[in-house]
Design a protein. Sequence first.
Length: 299
Amino acid sequence: MNGIVLAGPTGVGKTALSIELAKELDAVIISCDSMQVYKYMDIGTAKIKVEEMQGIEHYMIDVVEPLEKYSVGSFAKKVNELLKKFEIEKKNVILAGGTGLYIDAIVKGFSNLPEGNKELRKSFEKYTNEELYEQLKTLDRESSENIHINNRPRIERALEVCKLTGNKFSFLSKENIKENSYEFLYFALERERKNLYERINKRVDIMFEEGLLDEAKKIYLNYKEGIEKIQAIGYKELFLYFDNLISLEEAKDLIKKESRRYAKRQFTWFKRNSQIQWFNLDQVEEKQVKQEILELFKA
């Protein structure tokens, strides 16, 4: 079975095109967004509304509670189960989203790494980022060169794998095991950077008009005891406002800034993949992009 990946940075226009493709191909859409798996976080994660789905089945949206830990491994396991079912049904599938790690776990496969170890993670708490980073440099220099010193969760995970397996995270993480039979055609959307950033800024304004402040306040009040675990853009900035640490205008500006930065990181991730065919929506009409993708899929 063949499938389609439609990737790209936040705010580029993936949702609308994915719906048009799904209608043409009678396909289901699997969301590949690491934040849309969380319930109640609708406006800030730009979840597709029911009326926007136009009857197309969507999966991997509203999967877990906001404070629940959810990993790429959990995502891959569930999606591969879905793909086995869809293959039996001869169903066309579109993977749509901007979380490159989630997409690659399905398209390329996922490394069979050990699950997290609470005791080991607890032991890391007494160390600073710098101290953990030095430990990682000793155990796995290659990983330390590819992980930023401020990315504590990633440093802890790499150390955890090294200590649990006696092997290097940099080696084990490349041993990908693909657990589905779909062959995916990989497409990504882009726009001129200035235009994309303007779209992102405007989308944040629209989110506030649609009630982002109230949505974030409800989550803040309902999950206050573990609120630091929620790091989604659009929420963590408003939590600072609710804590009287910044003004509402500052929070809004920060959301725009962090969203633009996130888009830049997404570009960096996807541009490394030479298998992706890119379409610039500032240069080519969406209708033409849809037609080209359909022709390639049906070829």
